[in-house]
Design a protein around this ligand. Sequence first.
Ligand SMILES: Cc1cc2nc3c(=O)[nH]c(=O)nc-3n(C[C@H](O)[C@H](O)[C@H](O)COP(=O)(O)O)c2cc1C
Length: 230
Amino acid sequence: MGGTGGWLRRPERDGTCPCHGQGASHLSGGPRTGVAQLDAHDPIAEFEAWMAEAAQSEPNDPNAVCLATATPEGRPSARMVLLKDVDPRGFVFYTNLESRKGQELAGNPFAALCFHWKTLARSVRVEGRVEAVSAAEADAYYASRARGSRIGAWASRQSRPLESRFALEKAVAEQTLRFGLGEIPRPPHWSGFRLLPDRMELWRDMPFRLHERRVFHRDGAGWRIEMLYP
Ligand SMILES: Cc1cc2nc3c(=O)[nH]c(=O)nc-3n(C[C@H](O)[C@H](O)[C@H](O)COP(=O)(O)O)c2cc1C
């Protein structure tokens, strides 16, 4: 699961899971597999199966997810990010560490994710603490990005006021000149977080808004499951 290759590219359009890429194996034999075949007490495995289905049906970015963070005082903020890896440990996304989200996570490590796949009428919520990914993991993902994106990570002072579009274009031009044709190292202010879930909810649309809600609570090495009223 996870690891090199997965989530490092833009989503595949051929039905393979964007988290694992073409040719990689997936849980339970791939898309359209009934959940009954999955371990009912492994919500991360089930999430991956849902993601594989979403990769077939969503027009773009099935890995787009709303990330909620909060200040130490508990004031929340939310924005979209792209999920770039998932494995039994948790859910990985990358960002500028000095951004608003980066600063909030530095002061309060609890976060939540909310996926919604319109084509499947399903949603997944994930909650828990974040930890920094290793430098090696961040380096590997950064190296896989397009050169323009790597330069952009140096040029963008994400979340800080921008006086003009020209200022951004100038910063990009300066960084492009700076690196020339050479290697572009990962900026020290750019890395990833892994959200370690202690609570997940798998939600499915059902007739008359009597939706199915299954909540999984981390319980030692496993999970405890309960249903919620819709
Ligand atoms: C579909 C989508 C995917 C995005 N993916 C990312 C991402 O992976 N990382 C990131 O830092 N920003 C991403 N953004 C931009 C963020 O939504 C946001 O504008 C930016 O991270 C600044 O947020 P902040 O000021 O709350 O830190 C994405 C936006 C959209 C609409």
